[in-house]
Design a protein around this ligand. Sequence first.
Ligand code: GLN
Length: 188
Amino acid sequence: MKRIGVLAFQGGVIEHVKKIDEVGCVPVLVKKNEDLEGVDGLILPGGESTTIGKFLIETGLKEKILKLAEEGLPVWGTCAGAILLSKSIKNQGSGVLPLLDIVIERNAYGSQLDSFKKEVFVPRLNKVSECVFIRAPKIVEVFSNVEVLAQLDTPIAVLQGKILATTFHPELTSQNYWHSFFVENVVK
Ligand code: GLN
């Protein structure tokens, strides 16, 4: 059975753990370098990207994850996780794990009160995906090596090699489409 790590400092950890279990994989809570041993993929949950980034640096997980990603570890960032993966954060330098050739803008839809839900057809999944946006970032630029999987006014799901990012929260719906996609098409 595939083992999928979920970075477990802060944010939507338990929700991802449940989904990983539902799609028939073993969830592994990741808080230190050793927890990554033998994982087949890693999820960076939503939450607060500055806080999660601080933990990544303090624990040394930043270097470890970057090295493993270079060796081919599939990584999926949701919302704050997507921010961490961005090579460029508008007006704020780069993400702590800058693996994705995109420019992202934090809190681009407004405050917590401007959170919203939207149904979006995703050709690659051949499904209508329920997308929950909570103080979500916007992907404002995508370089040519990045595949856009879903789009509203701007891209909301992108894939570059084995690095997946969604600006919304698939773990907060009753659907398992994105978790299945990550496990079957990115981790494989
Ligand atoms: N606004 C948060 C940030 O900038 C992300 C919100 C989320 O993950 N739901 O880190």
